[in-house]
Every structure is written in C-alpha cells, then in structure tokens.
Design a protein around this ligand. Structure first.
Ligand code: CAO
Length: 466
C-alpha cells in the first residue's frame, strides 16, 4: 500500500476557488476521476485524480482558494510507496483501515491550525505552499495539515492590526480579495459577502465599488437608474435559487460589453444549398472517421478567410482607444450552451486547420465545456466569436460583442425558402446570419463587406480554397 498525494495541476496561472468536493474520505477513485471542482474568474474545472485507490484525506474545503501545486487529497493506492515508505508506516492512516477515520479529522485540523496560525502572514500562505514543496517531505501528513491551516488562516479574519483595520475582523475573505480591497482602499467589513458563511468574493468587491461609484455620480449624469427590488412572492409562489459564479460572470461580461461597446448588427442570408448537399454527402465519411460534420466547421473556416481579407474585424482597441492591435493569428471562440451557463472555448489557428480537424475540435471542446473540464487558457486569446443557435432554432438574433474582440457572428437555423432566380422561385437552403460589431472600430462598410464576403464563401465553398 502507498499513499499518493494529488495536487492542483497547471490551471492557467491563476488561483481558483473550491466550489464543490466530489469525493469524501473512504471513497474509491479511478485515475482521471474528478476530486474537486475549482472555479476561477474564467472557468470551472474538475481536478482529476492522478492515481486509483481509496481517498484517505481530503486536504481542501469548499470556499478555499487554490493555486497550481496546492495539495488536494491523499489517496491510498495498491502500489509500493516510493521513497520514505518506512517513515510513513507509523502513520495511523497507513496502518489501519482509512474509512472510519474521517470523523476525527476536523478536530485534528483545528488543533494544528491554532498551533501554527499566529506566525503566519495570512494573505500569502496559500500561494506559498505548492505541492512541489510538500511532496518531498518524508512524512507527507504534516505538510497538508499546514497547508490547510494556512488556507484557513488566510480566509479567517485577520488578527488585530494585521492589515491595519481592526474593523475588518469578523469578515471572511480569501487572500486575493483582501489584497484587492487594500489596493482599492475598500473597508472589507462594509462589503456584503455572498460566499459561503458570508465570505466576501471578488464579485462582491466589484459590486461594492460599482455601487459606490454609481451613488457618487452627479444627478442627471451617466449613472444608471437603479432597478428597484421587487418582492415577487407577494404575487404568487416563487422559488429562489442562487446563481452560479459562471452565470454571474457571464452576466457581468455581457453588461460590460453592452455598456462599453456601441453595437451595430447587420443581417444577411447565405444560400448554403450546395454546401448542405456536400455536407450530407460527407456524412458517411464523417461517421467512418468517428466525427460529425455540422455547418459550424464551414462557418469557422469561412470566418477565418473573412478575417484574413478584412483585418479590422480581427483587431482590438488598446491603450484606451489610442491604438488598434491587428492580430496576425486567427483564434475563434464558439459560444457553448452548458447546464452551468454560457462558455466560449477558443479554437486556435482556425485558418490553418482542415474541416475535419475543426469538426473534431468543435466536438471535443464543446464536450469538455459541458463537463466543466475546460482550462482558463482554453477560453483566452479569441479574435472573433461565433454564436450558433442553429440547432436550437429561431430566425435571427443580435449577439453581443465579446469585447475586446470587435465582431461576433450569430447563426440561426437554416431553412428551405423560395428564392426568386429572375424567372421562377427556387427552393434554396438559406442560413440566417447576424454580424454584430464594435462601431468604434468597424464601420458599416467594413461590416457589410465582411458579411457579404461570408455569404459568398458559404454560397460557393470552393472559394474557401482561394
Ligand atoms: N441550421 C440548421 N441545422 C443546424 C444548424 C443550422 N444553422 N447548426 C447546426 N445544425 C444541426 C446540425 O447539423 C446537427 O444536425 P445533424 O446531426 O442532422 O447534422 C444538429 O443541428 C445539432 O448540432 P450540434 O449542436 O450538435 O452541433 P453544432 O456544431 O451545430 O453546434 C455548439 C455546437 C457547441 C455551438 C452548440 O451545441 C451550442 O452549444 N450552441 C449554443 C450556442 C449559444 O448558446 N449561443 C448563444 C450565446 S449568447 O447567449
């Protein structure tokens, strides 16, 4: 028997909060089985087990902030323990059956915590405890205890004078939030915490700053009039559910884009009759390859060619609008509708990939998006976004630009329509497209040219080769 420790892998360089524990002490886990769910500002992701065995210790709690290398759990495996096995043989967990132990764990934790807490600088401890430090220790048990104690200490109210504000005692917040509050000069105790046990989250701080700015804005100025709270229960039965962090982040991003970006949306229909014939012909081959060729890979390809020909659509504003950054790469985001909320994984180098490669990547990324297994890095670096509601329906919608990108293509359901060819109506498969763009960067001419070009490309997909 050996005890292996599972740590947080590379999660894209930033800290993330534990929002769910997927296992408990005594559970049997397989390799790649999720142990916990982390949620950062950009994504929620499962942290998988790297070994198979029985969970003997869960080293984190919901609400803790973790970074790469932080210990997650200790797992008893069937294999031989590498290195200092003799030192660990004396440990109770290694000698006895692990399952009956968990009841005692919380007491152990708090004892160790009170012993070690006073010397710690709460704000910095969790980041300072990567697994790389903990792993080489001959007896691994004390290291995770320390980590846990440190994480708790970081989350707990600071000791008087620790951050110079005694009034913040009794306020729970993670180290990153405390740091941000200090930078803004925000008294934490005034911020209403919406996290577990009233813990102050980063979004709470953002909201506090926004509210303060709004309330300070001169009457008749740019402040948004507040929407009054309504007691809906007065009018009938209601059920109140707490929104997921992802949901709230999406809402904040949409709001920011809506308020900052002057949107224009242009519409057109692409005649995809021939493209659809080709796609249907390819269905057998797609099946043989173990993939599925939907209209989306064609749209990705057409957008890549369109962006190459209309580089303004592949740019972003920088330095507060002083500069325009033209991107020489072509990474396109695709909106994916998941049970946890809207996510936008980014397909890299679309211009250099074949339709088959794009088809595979659409399936792979949308699958992992729905399983909450995307990393933050996989949602960064987009140049343009496609939001396809083709599988859901509708005749058109006005997508919101995913700023700092300057364009987004909304795709609705293709339908067969009678189209006048100059002599008679012909049944043609028409795909409704809506291009929204940032009018600070893209003018009507750019937008019109880009959309007309897309329509041409999709109308005759041979042109994608040119
Ligand atoms: N017109 C007609 N049929 C369409 C279509 C369109 N525009 N787009 C897709 N379809 C068809 C596909 O061809 C497939 O049918 P077949 O199996 O017969 O070929 C079926 O609809 C299902 O497609 P899919 O959803 O599995 O795959 P996709 O490549 O079209 O889309 C994805 C993938 C991830 C974009 C999609 O599943 C999704 O999540 N869409 C929602 C995006 C969203 O929420 N946008 C709004 C953001 S703003 O709130």
């Amino acid at each position: 028997m050996a005890i292996e420790q599972v740590d947080v892998p590379d999660i894209g360089g930033e800290g993330a909060e534990v929002i769910e524990l997927l296992v408990a002490v005594g559970d049997t886990v397989e390799v790649d089985q999720g142990l916990i769910v982390l949620e950062s500002d950009k994504a929620s992701m499962e942290i998988p087990s790297t070994v198979a065995g029985t969970v003997v210790e869960v080293l984190v709690a919901e609400g803790e902030e973790l970074a790469e290398g932080a210990p997650v759990a200790r797992i008893e495996t069937a294999g031989e323990e590498a290195g200092a096995a003799s030192g660990e043989a004396a440990e109770p967990e290694a000698d006895s059956a692990p399952a009956p132990e968990p009841v005692k764990e919380p007491e152990k934790k708090s004892e160790k915590k009170s012993e070690k807490e006073p010397e710690k600088e709460p704000e910095k401890e969790p980041e300072k405890k990567p697994a790389k430090e903990a792993k080489p220790r001959p007896a691994p048990a004390p290291a995770p205890e320390k980590v846990r104690a440190a994480a708790k200490a970081a989350e707990a109210p600071p000791s008087p004078g620790a951050d110079g504000d005694d009034a913040d005692q009794g306020t729970y917040a993670g180290p990153a939030v405390r740091k941000l509050a200090r930078e803004f000069g925000v008294p934490l105790h005034r911020v209403g915490g919406t996290g577990p046990q009233g813990r102050v989250l980063k979004e709470d701080l953002h909201q506090y700053v926004r509210d303060t700015l709004d309330s300070d804005a001169p009457a008749g100025g740019g402040a948004l009039p507040a929407v009054p709270e309504v007691d809906f229960a007065k009018f009938g039965e209601v059920e109140v559910t707490e929104r997921s962090k992802l949901d709230k982040l999406t809402a904040a991003n949409m709001h920011r884009s809506w308020l900052n970006v002057p949107h224009v949306t242009q519409f057109d229909d692409a005649d995809i009759t021939e493209m659809e014939e080709f796609r249907q012909e390819m269905k057998g081959e797609a099946e043989k390859r173990g993939t599925k060729l939907t209209p989306l890979p064609f749209l990705l390809k057409a957008c890549a060619v369109g962006l190459r020909e209309n580089p303004r659509l592949n740019s972003s504003l920088a330095r507060g609008g002083e500069d325009l950054v033209y991107k020489k790469y072509c990474h396109i985001g695709m909106a994916v509708d998941t049970p946890a909320g809207l996510v936008v994984p980014v397909i890299r180098d679309v211009d250099r990939k074949t339709l088959w490669e794009l088809a595979d990547e659409v399936i792979e990324l949308s699958g992992r998006a729905r399983e909450r297994k995307l990393t933050p890095a996989e949602m960064q670096g987009g140049c343009f976004t496609i939001s396809s509601l083709g599988n859901i329906g509708g005749t058109g919608f006005t997508p919101i630009v995913n700023t700092p990108e300057v364009g987004i293509l909304g795709v609705s359901r293709a339908v067969v329509k009678p189209v006048w060819d100059g002599e008679a109506f012909q049944p043609r498969t028409m795909l409704p497209l809506a291009l929204s763009y940032d009018h600070r960067v893209v003018n009507g001419g750019d937008g019109g040219r880009f959309l007309s070009f897309l329509v041409e490309l999709l109308g005759d997909i041979r042109r994608l080769l040119l």
